[in-house]
Design a protein around this ligand. Sequence first.
Ligand SMILES: C[S@@+](CC[C@H](N)C(=O)[O-])C[C@H]1O[C@@H](n2cnc3c(N)ncnc32)[C@H](O)[C@@H]1O
Ligand SMILES: Nc1nc2[nH]cc(C(=O)O)c2c(=O)[nH]1
Ligand code: SF4
Ligand SMILES: [Mg+2]
Length: 233
Amino acid sequence: MIREIFNSIMGEGKYIGRRFIFVRFAGCPLECIYCDENIKNYLNRVEKTPGSGDFIEEELGLEEIVYHIKRLKTPDVFAISFTGGEPLLYHKEIRKIVSNLDEITFLETNGIFPNRVFYFDIASVDIKLREHFNDIKNYNKIYRNELKTIKKFYNMGSDVYAKVVILKNTKLERLREVAKDLCDIGDITLCIQPVFNKDLKPSNKKLFEILKICGEYVDVMLTVQMHKYMGVL
Ligand SMILES: C[S@@+](CC[C@H](N)C(=O)[O-])C[C@H]1O[C@@H](n2cnc3c(N)ncnc32)[C@H](O)[C@@H]1O
Ligand SMILES: Nc1nc2[nH]cc(C(=O)O)c2c(=O)[nH]1
Ligand code: SF4
Ligand SMILES: [Mg+2]
């Protein structure tokens, strides 16, 4: 179930720069061509000391997960991120874990499981695009489910925002559609995230154009994966 638990600086989305504990779950039903997390195997590793990047492997049941979240906390920790892989594969286990936490809870999800949504203080929901996959049959269903997930979080009062990874072949007009759909749901911030991949990365010109178009409909910001430039996890 668990790949890793570690303390680091949030490198993506609306809360870039905040200190987080990351609880990373294994496995994912999607295969984004750019995915930077090796999610196929379990690792069960926990960071030895907060922010060290040094790990030890051990069996991790729900009690041990809660213990390590608390052990790895530092005074500046802002929230606990449940990420992956796709964390909502383990929605029942996460419900049990968060019931033992007082900290702010944060979910990093691909949004394809709207029926597994439950309250998180903050939810970052990815919007996937057709070009994120080599061969995708049910893209429209994935997109509809992501909008449903965002709407569910919005209606339950979570601080929900959307994030979309931009590739060099991403079409501007597709982002206009995404921004309009988000605007129809409510006041949702959209994070534009250039792919961290030298062959796929978009030009700055394209990023500026996308921000301008989306800004006609929603609050929009650029989020570049800061942790990769810092060389931290
Ligand atoms: C690894 S995913 C895990 C959570 C969930 N499966 C999802 O896709 O949102 C966490 C975030 O990393 C982003 N990401 C993964 N690889 C990336 C890359 N090469 N460049 C930019 N963002 C990337 C995803 O888009 C997602 O927002
Ligand atoms: N520092 C850091 N920030 C992150 N924000 C989202 C991440 C993820 O993989 O879910 C991530 C990550 O892997 N590392
Ligand atoms: S949905 Fe998230 S974890 Fe799954 S392949 Fe895409 S980026 Fe990776
Ligand atoms: Mg990551």
